[in-house]
Design a protein around this ligand. Structure first.
Ligand code: NCD
Ligand code: ZN
Length: 346
């Protein structure tokens, strides 16, 4: 059996920088046409010139004939100049502004502590139509880590959409039933990305026979009922849910540590994993919408013109991906996947 699909886009991706960028970017460029590249570098990508320079470094890291197009994001801080956002909104290579609540995740220290302080910036986004991409978790230490998304929606996202009814918002890597419900019932200018790991795993995967740091990410994996809600949303054909891998490489030494980093690497096989999940859900006919059509429709961008081919041919995911001085343990390491990507002969 085989499937030919419009080339998909990854609407949430961490590519890092320097030698790590050179190792991981080709994995994404192999299957995805475009990727929304997250700006949480050190220092964060807070200005248009930084985003454009980063974009050039990404293009230098992928094969020239890959056709891969990085779409850039700016990192919103409490000192972001609204004029910088106006300039970004006019630039076709920038397609989003990322909101990290300060302290919520990897490299989010420069993020937003008090949403009131970014009101002028949000007003510019609402006016220009440049989407706001939200890491939707509260950082309040009194809130249980598994509840941080649901509480964020109630405390911050709902009021924010009321204050800015025309703001285009993507709730990134939605992980809960509450998140799915909020997006499904929300306005057309609200969408969500769903990762392959939140579709494939529930929180038991973090504790399978011991502590499993390679299954630790943020937002953290949730209970089975939440995974089922995500699966239902992804395979429903509702165009406001689309693919965003949140592939987030951290070298093994940084994951297997007393304070291990959050992030799951999936760029090596994300398309194949999504395909397997949709097949198991009996929803292969909805895969193309989720991977390739709904994202561009939300962002007001054209669909990719080229195609990819997936064939049903089992293969084993490598246990590790070499990084020279360290290695990555990828999602589904050592496991057998059912689908394989093959070049399309036009
Ligand atoms: C991401 C990273 O490592 O940059 N980590 C993660 O667990 N997803 C940051 C993020 O998207 O939260
Ligand atoms: Zn992310």
């Amino acid at each position: 059996m085989q499937l030919t699909l419009t080339r998909p886009d990854d609407w949430h991706l961490h590519l890092r920088d320097g030698p790590l960028l050179a190792r991981v970017a080709p994995h994404s460029a192999r299957s995805w046409g475009r990727a929304m590249v997250m700006p949480n570098l050190v220092p964060p990508i807070t200005r248009l010139d930084m985003a454009l320079a980063y974009r050039r470094r990404i293009l230098a890291a992928v094969p020239e004939d890959s056709g891969f197009e990085p779409l850039m994001t700016l990192y919103l801080t409490e000192t972001t100049d609204p004029d910088e956002l106006r300039a970004a909104a006019d630039h076709p290579q920038v397609q989003g502004v990322k909101l990290y609540p300060a302290g919520a995740t990897t490299h989010s220290d420069a993020g937003v502590r008090d949403l009131a302080r970014v009101e002028p910036a949000l007003a510019v986004l609402e006016e220009t139509g440049l989407p706001l991409l939200i890491h939707g978790e509260v950082t309040d230490p009194a809130v249980d880590v598994f509840d941080r998304e649901a509480v964020f929606i109630e405390r911050h996202l709902e009021p924010l959409l009321q204050r800015h009814p025309r703001l285009r918002v993507v709730l990134e890597h939605v992980t809960t039933e509450e998140g799915v419900r909020f997006v499904s019932q929300g306005p057309a200018n609200l969408a969500a990305t769903i990762t392959p790991h939140h579709l494939r795993l529930n929180r038991n995967a973090m504790f399978q026979g011991g502590l499993r740091p390679h299954h630790y990410c943020l937002p953290v994996l949730k209970r089975e009922r939440h995974r089922l809600a995500l699966l239902e949303a992804a395979t429903s054909g509702n165009p406001r849910f689309f693919a965003g891998t949140d592939s987030a490489p951290h070298p093994r030494r940084a994951k297997e540590a007393a304070c291990g980093c959050a992030g799951i690497y999936s760029a090596h096989a994300a398309v194949e994993i999504y395909a397997e999940i949709f097949e198991q859900a009996g929803a292969l006919d909805r895969l193309e919408g989720f991977l390739s059509l709904f994202g561009p429709a939300f962002y007001g961008l054209p669909r990719n013109r080229d195609r990819i081919r997936l064939v049903q041919q089992p293969w084993t995911v490598p246990e590790r991906i070499d990084l020279g001085d360290d290695e990555l343990v990828p999602l589904a390491a050592g496991e057998t996947l059912r689908w394989q990507l093959q070049p399309v002969a036009d």
